[in-house]
Write a protein that binds this ligand. Structure first.
Ligand SMILES: NC(=O)c1ccc[n+]([C@@H]2O[C@H](COP(=O)([O-])OP(=O)(O)OC[C@H]3O[C@@H](n4cnc5c(N)ncnc54)[C@H](O)[C@@H]3O)[C@@H](O)[C@H]2O)c1
Length: 444
């Protein structure tokens, strides 16, 4: 099938690459000329395991192309995926300007039937706005009668495992009311669900809502555990024991029950905000989600609170080694990353910071440009030299079993602030390292 993907970010590029892997001819469109140039030169603008190989293979096979040419891209695909960003507006609502610009462009250039697929995360009712934007552009061309369908197909991939999620989805939600569009969507996704039918067909509004409901639930679990971890420290319980005990109940399950330094990334923070805003628009206070958001804001400061409890309000003259800058492992994405709050607060209080991340260094240079007191170093060991303490912010695998004796030797005092509970307090004691985790019994 001929497919166009509008937006070549984390979602668009992965979607386009995976669809081309199944034999489809995919054109990926972006307005970012630098990104398209890089892709056309064989570069990959984001870190995503497995993505480079799949992109190169399908470009070489002539099934995957990148362009900034709107007319050519719209002309290409019968199915037009919109995967552009939907960042939060000032009032917390999802900013739809990029989605609607993409829809208008489709209406300006289409010459035959198109299935227009909202893959971006968009509030309930957006499909109607997309339909109107396309119609207005067609009417302006005197083509008001031209047929097209608008479908909601929210994306559930996880950064860091995006290719895998796309190739082996646990569900494919399609909201559609047009039979031809449903048939095309089903045939497009059939190769991805040969073992089980993963397609959940529903009305458009329910599909749009499902994405927010899923992210809001995941964010709720994280904030819930973070709050319990704070209480565990006060009452003398170990949240890791509590987590295992509660997670073994199949009604609760073990996923997403890890306390830490708060959720970040491009999705949970903005999607929680957007759902709260949708509540307001409909005369409802979503009290649970407001609490989820407030707990998360608090939690992003938990490491600095522990550091201040140790050293006092002013951190002038102190140096901290920070391991992990990406908002989670296996990605270079630093949007809303807790590391930004941690490093911002430490340097604001006068500390020097030596920071390292396995893949997000380029992004970190951009994000932290001009931050006083911050040195980005090329190796995790280099961050430790002469630091007062190690602060672990992202749970990359290579941080999980480091040489603790070397850490102890490099630090001024052997002290680790572990924002992801990747170390065992008892083992730390054995190594003679003072340890502060999140909600851990021997952690104070
Ligand atoms: N990143 C994730 O893990 C993830 C997961 C599921 C859903 N989503 C949702 O998918 C959407 C995209 O997210 P992302 O992380 O891929 O965003 P991103 O910021 O990485 O990429 C968006 C791309 O769209 C391009 N763009 C903007 N306007 C355009 C236009 N008119 N025409 C062509 N290209 C245009 C931008 O230049 C950019 O390259 C968002 O709604 C997000 O909430 C993201």
């Amino acid at each position: 099938m001929k497919v166009t993907v509008v937006g070549t970010g984390y979602v668009g590029l992965v979607t386009g690459a995976c669809l081309s892997e199944m034999g489809n001819h995919v054109v990926c469109l972006d307005i970012d000329e630098r990104k398209i140039r890089l892709l056309n030169e064989g570069g990959i603008p984001i870190h995503e395991p497995g993505l480079e190989a799949i992109v190169h293979r399908n470009v070489a096979a002539g099934r995957l192309q990148f362009t900034t040419d709107v007319a050519a891209a719209v002309g290409h695909g019968t199915v037009q995926f919109i995967g552009v960003g939907t960042p939060p507006d000032e009032d917390g609502s999802a900013d739809l300007q990029y989605v609607l610009a993409a829809a208008t462009n489709i209406g300006r250039h289409m010459t035959d039937y198109k299935v227009i697929v909202d893959k971006s995360t968009v509030p309930v009712g957006t499909a109607d706005k997309v339909r109107d934007a396309v119609r207005a552009a067609l009417v302006a061309r005197g083509l008001g009668e031209m047929a097209y369908a608008v479908v909601s197909n929210p994306e559930f991939l996880k950064e860091g495992a995006a290719v895998d999620d796309c190739m082996r989805p646990d569900r494919i939600v399609v909201g559609a009311d047009d039979e031809r569009a449903v048939l095309l969507m089903r045939s497009l996704y059939l190769p991805f669900m040969r073992n089980h039918d993963r397609l959940q067909l529903m009305d458009v509004r329910s599909a749009e809502f499902t994405k927010y409901a899923a992210n809001a639930m995941l964010a709720t679990r994280i904030s819930f555990m973070n709050e319990l971890a704070r209480l565990a420290e006060k009452v003398g319980a170990d949240i890791e024991m509590v987590r295992k005990g509660m997670g073994s109940d199949p009604r609760i399950g073990t996923h997403f029950l890890y306390p830490g330094t708060g959720y970040g990334g491009s999705c949970f923070p903005k999607d929680v905000k957007a759902l709260i805003h949708t509540g307001h628009e409909n005369g409802m206070e979503l009290g649970v989600l407001q609490a989820v958001e407030a707990a998360n804001e608090r939690q992003k400061h938990v490491l600095v609170d522990k550091i201040v409890a140790q050293y006092g309000e002013s951190l002038a003259g102190r140096t901290f080694a920070v391991w992990g800058l990406a908002f989670k492992p296996n990605t270079d994405d630093m949007r809303e990353a807790p590391s930004r709050v941690v490093i911002g607060e430490l340097t604001r209080r006068g500390a020097a910071v030596r920071a390292y991340d396995p893949v997000a260094m380029d992004e970190a240079r951009r994000v932290f440009e001009g931050t006083p007191g911050l040195t980005l170093v090329a190796h995790q060991a280099e961050a430790l030299a002469g630091a007062d303490a190690l602060v672990v912010v992202t749970e990359w695998k290579e941080f999980r079993n480091p040489d603790f004796d070397a850490i102890k030797a490099a630090l001024k005092q052997p002290l680790i602030f572990d924002g992801r509970n990747i170390y065992e307090p008892a083992l730390m004691q054995l190594h003679g390292i003072d340890y502060r985790g999140i909600g851990r019994l021997a952690a104070r």
